[in-house]
Design a protein around this ligand. Sequence first.
Ligand code: F6R
Length: 604
Amino acid sequence: MCGIVSVLSRNDGIIRDLIDCLSRLEYRGYDSAGIAYVDKNSRLCVKKTIGKIASLEKIIDFNEGARCRIGIGHTRWATHGEVTIQNAHPHTSDEVAIVHNGIIENYESLKESLMKDGFVFDGVSDSEVVAKLISYHLKKNNDFLKAFQATIGQLKGAFAIVAIHADYPYMLLGAKRGSPMAVGLSPDSQRFYIASDAVALSSLCHDIVYLDEGDSVVCELTDELRYRILNSNLEVVDRQKTRNNVSLHDVTKNGFEDFMLKEIFEEPVVAQRVFRNFKCNVNVADYRSIYIIACGTSYYAGLLAKYWLESLSRVHTDVEIASEFRYRNPVLSRETLYIFISQSGETIDTLSAMRQVKNMGFKTLAIVNVEGSSIAREADECIHTDAGFEIGVASTKSFVAQTMVMLLLSIQQKSRLNIDGITYTMYSILNDGFVIKALAERIKDKARLLYLGRGGSFPIALEGALKMKELSYVSAEGYPSGEIKHGPIAMIDHQVYSIIIAPDDYYVGKTIVNAREILARNGEVLLITTGKVLANLHDLKKNKLVDHILLKDQWEYSTDPAVDQLLRSWPYVTAIHMLAYYVAKARGLNADQPRNLAKSVTVE
Ligand code: F6R
């Protein structure tokens, strides 16, 4: 949620770095963007625009900015205040400029008191108070560092803030409370960066340091670049360096039209990699029950895992959405293992839920894709999902990695899985992408979509509906097929298009009955199924009553037929991801950056 970046350099020409970092951070928000820098005449210059980094780039004079050595940048996901230039960052006050990610909870009272002191506000964003408050403190003691520290001390909420001052072109200040912040030196020690995450600094810093809660960072350019990290008591502390693992492959499209398509094509590779490298000290069978807590797609990964954990490990499993769990005062137990699933490792609801459980002294296991993220660092145990960096705002390959980890936890012995069978099905879906693309043209104008599935196909249906909603803005709902007769069937008519996940599994007969119930009420149906299942539906096939995506199902996913049954629907996720992608493209939408969304949800 919002990306921030900043640089202090021994040499000129930092604007290109700021823009490149912001482009890589765009997945965190793309409502507006801006930079501020101190030019060669010691003037504070600010450039802001509505929309994306490409628009920002157009209003920047790279020659004019060529001689500057300090600057900050921001890409915004709007929380407080509409998407306007006034609310776009950086915010300034006199010679001070700041960028902020997060929320200042007490901004109203601070603003009121600053206004009484004569400060005038341009916009309505909570962030603007930070710049004004630094100015207020500067008027009192004229020391930038002290004014910054006094300001941070007055703020309540979750935030990461970076500040510069035109009269201090050699000093870059940052502070972290609740929102992520990574810092790093370029390999030649010429440039120091503060940013929201490792991806911003990929190709710029080999090693990075993640700040701890309450830390601040002071970087100064004297005869050389020096930085120090201070804890919340303002004592200088050492924080561990970590390798910046975000590769160039992760942050480039490699010939694909969009990151999302590239990431869907990586799904079988990710499944193989997670399977191969899986290591874990936790045995789910040691616990009386499992409680999985997550949001969005990660929550659906947890729902699918419930089918596996209970069937394969016979451990009672609950799954709950983090934003509900954290305020519900749930009954917790020492005999339960609490699992938190998160791609980004920064989702505030999941992180807060985990902190609650940890504070009560119960065991937490995180399943996280971003190494060094807050959830990864704070959990008692962490399994890294190793999907590679995911840039498309919609989670795709991460879901595959998360569910593979959960499956390996449930099944306990890798040898019980035929990983090649699972990835073969995924590859065959990718090869038949043109069929899904053609279907997307038919689906793109449908007003209402219903995704249905039974057993393990139900979480896949939910995931399909979520992807369709977020990418195509089409109303889509996911339901267990067996549940439609308890209500949703009332809305079926020729305008409702039902997408039914019907692998050749134990449930298929019942699922097909549900499809027929819909067809009998003039609803349209798309079956995602196998040739074998469709071959038995002569009447539907002959009369072309159903659309279909056919999967080649001749591979077994496990030598144990019971395990094989449980997994039949899982690789279908590649098909529903592709369908959502192609419908978005058919509707002329940006699949990587759907409107109103951001990848890392660090606000409530
Ligand atoms: C959907 C999607 C979101 C995330 C959710 C949780 O495609 O990406 O629903 O799954 O915001 O994010 P993480 O997994 O980072 O905690």
